[in-house]
Design a protein around this ligand. Structure first.
Ligand SMILES: NC(=O)c1ccc[n+]([C@@H]2O[C@H](COP(=O)([O-])OP(=O)(O)OC[C@H]3O[C@@H](n4cnc5c(N)ncnc54)[C@H](O)[C@@H]3O)[C@@H](O)[C@H]2O)c1
Ligand SMILES: O=C(O)CC[C@@H](O)C(=O)O
Length: 530
């Protein structure tokens, strides 16, 4: 049974998938302080948050069993990603579910700003019929500058066009072709500062975007511009904005987000007549909250159940078509890694993975993570290694990872091979996925074999001489160890050979010692694969 803690208000309908799963127990505890969360997090396998809960290094240290943190939304600035990655905690988000909702909120804010709706409402309900103070401006024929043309920025641009606005877009990833497709003029920040009547920001908050509109930009910004921020507090310098409005350069601003949330009671935005605010409501619609909760719940279930998942924030993204090609090989990669690690003596220096056949034509890096996870799990313990931290752990231990591709298929449609270099030896294991039969180990060192990589195995290297198989069989039988499968591999008659036995239970150490002591036997290794 996996225990999931939901520590922010998240749509019940969205998490019904989790609530109905027989292997999941959900606790909902919102509004916890860091101390309170640190006290209880140790018993949970997963934590589900929105933007309120700050998942700090301290929380993750206390979360001894935490495998996954799900963020029902886009921004993960409330989660210490470095700490999560080091600990192998997978952080997932739901990047698509609130795009339209936040775009619509941006538009609502822009229109409310253009027509002074909140200020007019306050006066009207206060009993003052004031039709002179609230003369607004049209959006039509105005220039809208969009900083950040990702999911939300692009949707805002599309709607602005329907309002008859000319849209300038700036984004380091916006190409001329895409801008043309979106009907947007590809602009620089300076173009936008110079020409825009409205500016809206839709970037993440990064060191680069922090105060991307600050005092310097305000000093040359177009007279009468209106500024909207429904992305992250801090992208626009709040102090500089107030100064620019007070000086008359900027006509007004609409903010959904603040550098510090909630803002202090004396924050100037809260009383400024030309600034309208909402309390980080961009994603707050019934639809978006359901969407993000459903997305993140699905992913969370996959992760807890050890299935393939997408949208991990602390892992490079994998395109859906690549994922569908690689997914069947994840178990093979991890198993081969584990097999190679169990047969090799000495500390690992290098893991060289070679892919051939169909696999040679896709980005196999995600699969390499599984191989590395398999190798390191043997040495560091499977509780401490997973696909998220495998590369980080390898790097921190100076284990070199080499990935190569070859068109030589050795007769297999797909082939994965691992050469494991330790400071004592070099071992080789290769495998494939046999259509209809699943994973197979096809070669160990120089010996071709056909082994189902599962359960307890005994790998024996010996001289190819009559009687040796019988002696090993007798020894195992006398010790009540049943042989389920057997594969013998040799290159030449009477030369070096290997034997891979599938046995029904683990081989105890003293029995292994007796096997190794048999004549004509070089070595024997006990291997366990899941
Ligand atoms: N107010 C809310 O409730 C709410 C809801 C959802 C998202 N958000 C926030 O809105 C923002 C945008 O979300 P999204 O889903 O569109 O993200 P996204 O990742 O799809 O788009 C962000 C874009 O910003 C661009 N970018 C990065 N650095 C830049 C820079 N220096 N200059 C210009 N562009 C830059 C990226 O290339 C990317 O295209 C995020 O900060 C997100 O956290 C807020
Ligand atoms: O949880 C929220 O409402 C905030 C969502 C938003 O800021 C996001 O980044 O997805």
């Amino acid at each position: 049974m996996f225990k999931v803690l939901v520590s922010d208000p998240i749509s019940d309908l969205g998490i019904s998938l989790l609530a109905e799963a027989s292997d999941i127990a959900i606790d909902k505890k919102t509004g916890l302080s860091e101390d309170e969360l640190a006290d209880i997090i140790g018993e949970y396998d997963a934590l589900l948050v929105r933007s309120q809960t700050r998942v700090t290094d301290r929380i993750m240290t206390a979360g001894k069993q935490l495998k996954v943190i799900g963020r029902a939304g886009v921004g993960v600035d409330n989660i210490d990603l470095d700490s999560a990655t080091k600990r192998g905690i997978i952080v997932i988000n739901a990047p698509d579910g609130n795009t339209i909702t936040t775009c619509e909120h941006t538009f609502a804010m822009m229109m409310a700003l253009a027509r002074h709706i909140p200020q007019a409402y306050m006066k009207t309900v206060g009993g003052v019929w004031d039709r002179k103070s609230f003369v607004g401006v049209e959006l039509r024929n105005k220039v809208l500058g969009v900083l950040g043309m990702g999911r939300i920025g692009s949707e805002v641009a599309a709607r602005a066009k329907a309002f008859g606005m000319t849209v300038y877009g700036y984004d380091p990833f916006l190409t001329e072709e895409r801008a043309e497709k979106l009907g947007v003029r590809l602009a620089s920040v300076d173009d936008i500062i110079r020409d825009a009547d409205f500016i809206t920001v839709h970037t993440p908050l990064t060191p680069e975007t922090r105060h991307m509109i600050g005092r310097e930009q305000f000093s040359r910004i177009k007279q009468g511009v209106r500024i909207v921020n429904c992305a992250r507090g801090g992208i626009i310098d709040e102090e500089a904005l107030v100064e620019a409005i007070d000086s008359g350069r900027v006509a007004g601003a609409a903010f959904d987000v603040f550098e510090e949330e909630p803002p202090a009671a004396d924050h100037p935005f809260l009383t400024h007549p030309k600034i309208i605010v909402t309390p980080h409501l961009g994603a707050s619609t019934v639809e978006a909250q359901e969407n993000v909760a459903i997305d993140v719940s699905e992913q969370l279930l996959h992760i807890l159940r050890g299935e393939a998942f997408k949208n991990a924030v602390n892992m490079p993204p994998v395109a859906a078509d690549v994922l569908s090609k690689l997914e069947p090989y994840f178990a093979l990669g991890k198993t081969l890694g584990s097999f190679a690690a169990q047969i090799a003596e000495g500390p690992v220096k290098e893991i060289a993975v070679t892919y051939s056949g169909d696999l040679a034509n896709v980005d196999t890096q995600p699969l390499t993570r599984y191989v590395v996870e398999g190798v390191l799990s043997h040495h560091l313990g499977s509780d401490h290694v997973n696909v998220v931290n495998a590369m980080h752990l390898a790097k921190s231990r100076e284990v070199k990872i080499v990935e190569t591709k070859t068109q030589s298929t050795k007769g297999f449609t797909n082939h994965v091979s691992i050469t494991l270099r330790t400071d004592k030896e070099e071992r080789y294991a290769a495998g494939t996925l046999l259509n209809g039969f699943g994973p197979r180990i096809t070669q160990v060192d120089k010996f071709p074999v056909d082994v189902e990589p599962h359960g307890h195995l005994l790998l024996i290297s010996h001289h190819d001489k009559p009687g040796i198989i019988g002696r090993i069989g007798t020894l195992l039988g006398n010790n009540d160890v049943n042989i389920a499968t057997m594969q013998v591999g040799r290159k030449v008659v009477g030369g070096a050979a290997i034997m891979v036995l599938g046995v029904d239970k683990g081989v105890p150490k003293d029995l292994l010692r007796d096997i190794i002591a048999l004549p004509d036997l070089n070595n024997a290794k006990v291997i366990h694969l899941n």
